[in-house]
Ligand binder design. Structure first.
Ligand code: L14
Length: 350
């Protein structure tokens, strides 16, 4: 494929929470599109979407949908990606996949452009977009790792409901209304669609995101652990994670503890690295009560960092608070950024 001026782009999962954001970003960023194909399950096919004043009708995603497609952006769940991403690649498309289906596959680059964009060069047709909680954490820690080295990471997350999709948002709304009008709460979806039990998310906190693994960690926690090591090219880096769902709609927040390798590092040293780093915004001033929150980060592309403190007992330890819109940098924006990088660097070709 020689360098084109416009590309045929398919969005798989076009009616989902992430798919919708991808469509908006493609328009907002004036992505060089020749034809846009919006694809979904059979159930959602026929839905009408707007793109650049034009109506686009969502079609059912089938293997033949990818004929002539240059770039396919998948966010319709892991099983759809497993089934259809190879079909898209077979037909010449480059796939950027937003699910966990291929992330830990050795032949698949797992990329946050601010951290490891050179890994894109090695792609063999499929590129994986990391888990939302992982993406914002590695984006914030990258300049610190480069300047001071990292000895360990311990993270606890405070995650928004929209990560689990539009249905989960509806569940939070309904439960909130029911609670405020004194009714009993019904939980059918969260913590995980299809798991044995469900608990209310409204006015609650759920220490389970995705399914449990044999080691007692949830899959979301293991994704954060394994993906962080892969993206940072640091297979030996100790990482521990606890992932918690809270009752708000947008942006994940994270309390992150790190130990740096370099001695005598100060909070000011960390600020200096974070300030002006690619894709980061430092919001850290206790005297002004300045720090990021899920609401202030919602709708923004950047990763916000605040509450930088030195640990009181471990001389190399620091605490940070990292917040970003889970549907943007955590998903749709990182996906579109990867597509932009592929084009700009002429890396679409295999
Ligand atoms: O791995 O439920 O990309 O919030 C990220 C969002 C898994 C589910 C992923 C959620 C998903 C998660």
């Amino acid at each position: 494929m020689s360098q084109k001026s416009a590309y045929n782009v398919a969005v798989v999962g076009a009616t989902g929470a992430v798919g919708q954001k991808i469509i908006e970003l493609l328009e907002e960023k004036d992505f060089p599109i020749d034809q846009l194909k919006l694809l979904s399950s059979k159930r959602s096919a026929g839905t009408k979407k707007k793109f650049k004043q034009q109506e686009v009708i969502v079609e059912e995603a089938v293997p033949e949908s990818f004929t002539g497609v240059d770039i396919a952006l998948f966010s319709a769940g892991g099983s759809v990606s497993k089934k259809l991403a190879p079909e898209a690649v077979k037909r010449g498309a480059v796939v950027i996949d937003n699910t966990s289906a291929y992330r830990m596959d050795d032949s698949v680059p797992l990329v946050v452009p601010e951290v490891n964009k050179a890994d894109l060069k090695q792609h063999q047709g499929i590129i994986a977009n990391p888990n939302c909680s992982t993406t914002q954490m590695v984006a914030a820690l990258k300049p610190l790792k480069d300047a001071f080295g990292l000895k360990r990471i311990i993270v606890s997350t405070y995650q928004a409901v929209s990560g689990a999709g539009n249905e989960a948002c509806d569940e939070l709304t309904k439960q909130s209304q029911d609670h405020l009008s004194g009714k009993e709460l019904h939980a059918e979806l969260l913590p995980v669609k299809g798991d044995k039990k469900h608990f209310p998310i409204a006015f609650n906190a759920l220490p389970q995101i995705d399914v449990f693994q044999d080691n007692g960690y949830t899959f979301e926690e293991m994704k954060m652990i394994n993906e962080t090591k892969k993206i940072m090219h640091a297979s030996e880096l100790p990482v521990a994670a606890t992932c918690v769902r809270l009752p708000f709609f947008t942006s994940h927040a994270e309390s992150v503890y790190i130990e740096v390798e370099k001695e005598n590092v100060t909070v000011e040293d960390l600020w200096k690295q974070l300030e002006g780093a690619d894709g980061l915004v430092l919001q850290d001033n206790p005297s002004e009560q300045l720090y990021p929150t899920p609401l202030t980060a919602a709708g923004k592309e950047e990763v916000f960092v605040g509450r930088v403190r030195k640990d009181l007992d471990h001389k190399n330890g620091f605490h940070l608070w990292i917040v970003s819109d889970n549907l943007l940098k955590g998903a749709a924006w990182n996906t579109v950024q990867i597509a932009q990088e592929l084009i700009q660097n002429n890396w679409l070709q295999r």
